[in-house]
Ligand binder design. Structure first.
Ligand code: SF4
Length: 122
């Protein structure tokens, strides 16, 4: 099974993504990625830019324009979920860990409450 490289914090973004984002191209790509991942693809957790970043206007030659901030989101998601960069797992498992360790206990805003999209993720 092909494993998609995915930034850990994108497990949060994907839980709330409903067709809004940085640009039309970004939204189209994210919609495709969400569909592919929800078909229960495997993901390989990466702290570098991934297939979602690929169509993002903040992706500057493979580095996120807000690299420091998203690195913090990634670290916090890994820590809560008990996962590590380089782990490969079914997307549904990442989704379940994000739900159980972050969303249900109400910790999402502690992690990424300073994201510009935070208001959409309720
Ligand atoms: S803002 Fe940064 S981490 Fe988020 S999709 Fe864009 S390049 Fe990737």
């Amino acid at each position: 099974m092909e494993a998609y490289p995915i930034r850990p914090h994108h497990g949060l973004c994907l839980a709330f993504f409903r067709g809004k984002g940085y640009s039309e191209e970004f939204v189209e790509n994210m919609t495709r990625m969400q569909k592919a991942l929800e078909a229960n693809a495997a993901v390989c957790l990466t702290e570098k830019t991934d297939g979602i970043c690929a169509a993002c206007p903040n992706n500057q030659d493979g580095v996120c324009a807000t690299a420091k901030k998203v690195a913090r989101y990634d670290r916090e998601v890994l820590r809560h979920c008990g996962l590590h960069a380089g782990d490969t797992l079914p997307f549904r498992e990442l989704e379940a860990r994000v739900r159980e360790t972050i969303l249900l206990p109400g910790k999402r805003e502690e992690i990424c409450g300073d994201c510009q999209w935070s208001g959409l993720c309720r």
